[in-house]
Unconditional design. Structure first.
Length: 241
């Protein structure tokens, strides 16, 4: 901890937060996802496999907009649904992702308290087209100063562009920021590489979280709850301690 303290002696003025698994409870693919392969006319297991192997490409927007991405998925599965079934499948996927997206009970009060303290807030998320749509109706939306979605940026964590876009939109330098996340996409190491203080949220429910590219090399601090993780991230760590 001594080296960590010596690098970050000053409290950050802004906080970058992962979304899935950090502001939300652990995410898994619930039963609502079963409707999508039925509408496409494909095997559910094969559909899930394509989602898994294409995760980062889809999150970079590599296959076009939401409907074009669903058309690409269908093509990978060897099916060619009609335009109406393709639209229905994408609508069903949005409903399924929304059903899986449950804010942690402490998310709203934690963000509200941070805003009251004058901390600038950004969500930095690897996501496909569904999350930008879903977040419009979330109660935390108005508490967040900047939303950085990989599908808009064209890059995923741990690429610097994700963090630097958030810093630019918040009007702060990386060294004035902290980052809290569960560690997917090697996001904690990516933040540290830019001089951003990083803290892992190690909540017990995350043992069941659907995650890709876990940050196994990160050895920095962690906390079991979102309030504790954000407090740790924003606390000045003096070299004298």
């Amino acid at each position: 901890m001594d080296s960590y303290q010596s690098v970050y002696p000053v409290s950050p003025r802004a906080l970058l937060l992962d979304f899935y698994g950090t502001l939300t409870s652990a995410c898994t693919r619930g039963p609502a996802h079963e409707l999508v392969p039925r509408l496409l006319g494909c095997d559910p297991a094969e559909y899930r496999a394509v989602l898994d192997t294409s995760f980062y490409a889809r999150c970079r927007g590599a296959y076009g907009d939401a409907l074009e991405t669903m058309r690409w998925i269908a093509g990978e599965l060897g099916v060619a649904p009609s335009a109406s079934r393709l639209r229905a499948a994408q609508a069903a996927r949005l409903i399924a992702v929304r059903a899986d997206t449950r804010l942690r009970p402490e998310a709203f009060p934690t963000l509200w308290q941070l805003r009251r303290r004058g901390i600038r807030l950004a969500v930095v998320s690897d996501c496909a087209w569904e999350l930008p749509e879903i977040m419009r109706g979330m109660p935390i939306t108005h508490l967040i100063d900047a939303k950085v979605f990989s599908v808009h940026v064209g890059h995923c964590k741990p690429r610097p562009e994700m963090y630097l876009t958030a810093c630019d939109r918040l009007g702060v330098a990386p060294q004035d920021c902290a980052f809290v996340g569960d560690g997917g996409s090697r996001e904690l190491s990516g933040a540290e590489a830019l001089g951003i203080r990083a803290v892992r949220l190690a909540a017990p429910d995350l043992v069941d979280h659907l995650v890709f590219a876990t940050d196994d090399t990160f050895t920095g601090p962690s906390a079991p709850t979102l309030p504790e993780a954000t407090t740790l991230a924003l606390t000045a760590l003096s070299p004298a301690h």
